[in-house]
Design a protein around this ligand. Structure first.
Ligand code: HEC
Ligand code: HEC
Ligand code: HEC
Ligand code: HEC
Length: 495
């Protein structure tokens, strides 16, 4: 309801803007002169016009890439990160996390101390305490053999969950991975966060950062405990030992920054003069442009997004953050396949299973994480996609009336190899083939026949950047190829 009325308001505003703009234009040119259309008008027009081929969706999509504040809220930072970490971070963000987005604001040590004391003064709630088995709180060298085995079991379970969750498609680790381009490097995360915070973050990211671009997985308690153990113990999340001088002889040495220790902090944290100074520094450094910081007056009012009460696919989009990776119409990321017309492309039976337990379609590059969607959630998603994410006009399905004949299939196979489709695709497990494009051995289960035809007519009409060349196939070749490909289904018996 609310969203629809926003759309209406937008439309009204747009109409008013257009009318005013055209009045302005008319006002400036006298009759007889050639009328030139204002560039601003054209831009606005382009921005608001819904392209003809898009369906109108039942709610407005939220673009995770257009959040108001790109930095996390700082209200509880003192419970999230260690004081020493915060101090090094403010002094030199990129020196702490290689892909940091926050600029170095040039604060000196005295200012940084005051800022941290101020941030501690606004903290609201402690991170909930989780009860951990005693042995999990010990260092590895302190564990008895028996305890080590028990810990190792939790760790290995976590390693599996971590792998299926594909955390590294968003997060680089020591500079490697992170192809989606949004998550912080986790290579030294053990120097930053505590066990309890990590547990709470993975259980409910949105409690900490409502606008986060990170997906909220459907983990159970054991999954989260496993990942926590894996992240806190695996060496990839621990800083590398610093090499001796000779290694980086040709590079200028990294300037050491002075670090606020836990001990010094506990001596100064109740100092009211420092709290005042810290607030003043934060105001001057304009930290609030990127962060929500309690107690700092805003220059610009922030419109709070209301997410209470959202349901169905809208809720799923928000929680799982599908649009951090996928794009629908003009919203979202470009890492994963565009879903704007997924309902005209994908077979819904396949999709329902895929969403619950994704397998690998494109072996080389992208893979969808396992979010553990429930059967119900998966149904909600497929029903929405089938109904709303479709082409304006139905695509023609040449095999609607009956399956392709063996002759057609054989002719299609010939075309497939003559055109060299196998340089990029494999169409069977036994014959091999390229891995640039998706494996097509069960493409008949995955894609709607009409879409395969539409794709082959011109791969660039769906995705202008598609690497698959347009072969300019004839009607016959198209029919044969589509026949050949729709026959690629997982055979229930035999084989
Ligand atoms: C131009 C935007 C910008 C400004 C200005 C800015 N920050 Fe940040 N800050 C960020 C972003 C983005 C992050 C998230 C990490 C990253 O950089 O990728 C961040 C992260 C942080 C973190 C770690 C938060 C966490 O939950 O891990 C702290 C602490 C912080 N900033 C403090 C400050 C302080 C103090 C100031 C002002 C002196 C400030 N920031 C100014 C953008 C900014
Ligand atoms: C869709 C991309 C995405 C995926 C997948 C993802 N994350 Fe994140 N994660 C983020 C982003 C982005 C942030 C930073 C908060 C923000 O800017 O929204 C983040 C923050 C974090 C943080 C806090 C880091 C810090 O320095 O504050 C941890 C820890 C973390 N993620 C762990 C994980 C784990 C473990 C997984 C896999 C189970 C995972 N993430 C999967 C995007 C992702
Ligand atoms: C962390 C990034 C990420 C997130 C978040 C994500 N996906 Fe995906 N998704 C992918 C990738 C990558 C693929 C391609 C998988 C492959 O080719 O093997 C994919 C594939 C798909 C496909 C098949 C598309 C096709 O054309 O083959 C569908 C449908 C899909 N995702 C739906 C969703 C939905 C619905 C959500 C939210 C509930 C979601 N995804 C969240 C990364 C993501
Ligand atoms: C130069 C490499 C290349 C060649 C040659 C090629 N393709 Fe593709 N094809 C791709 C890539 C890459 C994709 C994946 C597009 C995507 O993920 O959005 C693709 C996608 C497809 C799809 C599935 C579309 C989807 O989104 O799942 C089909 C069907 C297909 N190709 C059939 C063929 C046929 C038939 C031929 C020969 C006439 C062919 N391809 C030749 C690279 C190629």
């Amino acid at each position: 309801m609310r969203l629809r009325s926003i759309v209406c308001v937008q439309k009204v505003t747009l109409v008013i803007t257009m009318v005013c703009l055209s009045l302005l234009i008319v006002d400036r040119v006298s009759f007889g002169e050639e009328r030139r259309i204002d560039a601003l008008f054209l831009e606005l027009d382009k921005k608001y016009r819904i392209p003809e081929q898009w369906t109108i969706l039942p709610f407005e999509l939220e673009d995770p890439y257009k959040r108001i504040k790109n930095g996390p809220p700082l209200v509880n930072i003192i419970h999230k990160a260690k004081v020493e970490w915060i101090s090094r971070w403010i002094a030199n963000p990129k020196g702490v996390v290689p892909n940091a987005k926050m600029p170095d604001l040039g604060l000196d040590f005295e200012e940084i101390k005051a800022v941290i004391v101020y941030l501690a003064s606004i903290a609201e709630k402690e991170v909930p305490q989780v009860s951990w088995d005693d042995f999990l709180l010990k260092k590895e060298e302190e564990l008895s053999d028996d305890e080590y085995d028990k810990m190792d079991k939790v760790y290995n379970n976590g390693k599996g969950v971590w792998g299926r969750a594909r955390c590294t498609i968003c997060h680089p680790i020591k500079g490697l991975g992170g192809n989606v381009g949004v998550g912080p490097d986790l290579g030294e995360i053990t120097t930053k966060v505590s066990r309890n915070w990590l547990y709470d973050w993975l259980s409910n990211t949105k409690n900490h950062f409502p606008d986060t671009m990170m997906a909220q997985y459907r983990f159970n308690d054991a999954d989260v405990r496993g990942i926590v153990e894996f992240v806190l113990r695996d060496t990839q999340f621990i800083p590398e030992e610093k090499e001796e001088e000779e290694e980086g002889a040709d590079k200028p040495p990294v300037p050491e920054v002075q670090v606020l220790t836990e001990k010094e902090f506990s001596n100064i944290r109740r100092d009211n003069a420092l709290v005042e100074k810290g607030r003043d520094v934060i105001e001057k450094a304009r930290c609030f442009v990127c962060h929500d910081i309690k107690g700092i007056p805003e220059l610009m009012p922030v419109v709070e997004k209301k997410r209470d009460g959202i349901t169905g696919f809208e809720k799923l989009l928000y929680e799982i953050r599908c649009l951090t990776c996928h794009r629908i119409q003009d919203k979202g990321g470009t890492y994963a396949p565009n879903l704007t017309i997924a309902g005209s492309k994908i077979k819904m039976g396949w999709e329902r299973e895929f969403l619950q337990s994704p397998d690998i379609i494109r072996p080389l590059s992208q893979q969808m994480p396992k979010f553990n969607l429930t059967e119900d959630e998966s149904k909600i998603a497929t029903e929405y996609i089938e109904k709303n994410l479709v082409t304006k006009e139905a695509l023609p399905d040449i095999y609607k009336e009956g399956a392709p004949s063996p002759e057609i299939i054989a002719a299609g196979e010939k075309v497939f190899y003559e055109k060299g489709c196998n340089t990029c695709h494999s169409e069977s497990i036994t014959k091999g083939g390229g891995v640039v494009g998706p494996n097509l051995s069960t493409v008949g289960d995955r894609l709607q026949p009409a879409y395969i035809l539409y794709h082959l007519q011109n791969p660039q009409q769906v995705n202008p950047q598609a690497v698959e060349p347009n072969f300019g196939l004839s009607e016959d070749e198209l029919k044969q190829l589509v026949g050949f490909l729709v026959d690629h289904v997982q055979k229930k018996e035999g084989k």
